[in-house]
Design a protein around this ligand. Sequence first.
Ligand code: SAH
Ligand code: SF4
Length: 405
Amino acid sequence: MAVTIDIARDNPNAATVSIPASSPAEDKPTLIGLSRVELGEALGTIGVPQKQWRMRASQLWHWLYVRGVSDFSQMTNIAKDLRQKLADAFSIARPDIVSEQISVDGTRKWLFRFPPRGAGRPVEVETVYIPEEGRGTLCVSSQVGCTLTCTFCHTGTQKLVRNLTAEEILSQILMARDRLGDFPEAHTPQGAIVPSEGRLVSNIVMMGMGEPLYNFDNVKKALLIASDGDGLSLSKRRITLSTSGVVPEIFRTGEEIGCMLAISLHAVRDDLRDVLVPINKKWDIKELLDACRAYPGLSNAKRITFEYVMLKGVNDSNQDALDLVRLLKGIPAKINLIPFNPWPGSEYECSDWERIEEFADIVNRAGYASPIRTPRGRDIFAACGQLKSASERMRKKDRDALAAS
Ligand code: SAH
Ligand code: SF4
């Protein structure tokens, strides 16, 4: 079966790659996303003696996360009959790629399709790769849609379909590394824009679709596997989780995951933040900043990033900038000004460039370096807040088909 080809929006130079669809998803339990102990237990179910569990789990771990294989037959140091038993009982298959779009600036956006969970339907999830000098950042989704309704965010217009599992969160990383040739013995596609040295996927940001702290357990599981030193081995300093402000989970994030934290602040007054980031009505700016002050391990070397979207005439005055630096005083912080990325039907406009620069100057003078985030991948709708998958649309289509039958 051929896959859909997305035509990159408004940009004749942005490329869309056609990828042969893989075989239909098998309905076997996955081994991806299991802890070592769970892997051992899974091996027990196919008759591997308990005294071998640790050793076998380590072997599998290496194949899955260091070598990046997606087929048991490639696990050459495991005896053939065990490989067969594993293949009969479990899956380590990757999701389907519905589309891969490449921006003129080298940003890549994938739409992945994951098989149904239980009685559900397949879901589609977007993941974005942003190559820069010296690093490659993968923007990973945690949910399909979002329960929150931040008024400037495209994802916020897509109702929550479901949380992603730990496997699905990790699969986004594995797939990106597959497509970029970022595993041993793999090749980077010709012409791909990638960092000139170092790992191609060197940083992870949980800034794709969804609110990661409303899917805490799966996000935690996936990030602990991603940062495991014998596997994908991403440093926790290079993993950033962004939250709109789910205050009760912030401390646990530092304590149990230990990654870097980003806060979607976007306003310095509660009345405005109540509108832009409605979760503020539950936990206001003061409660949010108190939770930030208590974030485990906070220091000048481990700062919290405060994200601030620049909305024309809404939150971009000099007074807002002054209030912002005053508000963050005493918190080891970085400020990230994000030019608003428009999407069809959005009610906001991006602040003018001069306004952003003047705002940034005030922030700079207060001691925060280079705070403006350059928009990336706008031509393929991959920039912050532009992600929205078709899962909702599919559901409606299904519903309509049902109604018509
Ligand atoms: N739900 C999490 C993470 C995903 S959003 C959160 O809200 O933090 C990642 C970042 O993009 C957030 O800071 C979000 O506020 C910002 N964002 C959302 N929509 C945007 C848009 N249209 N333009 C620019 N940034 C946007
Ligand atoms: Fe959800 Fe984050 Fe978008 Fe708000 S900004 S709607 S929390 S994804």
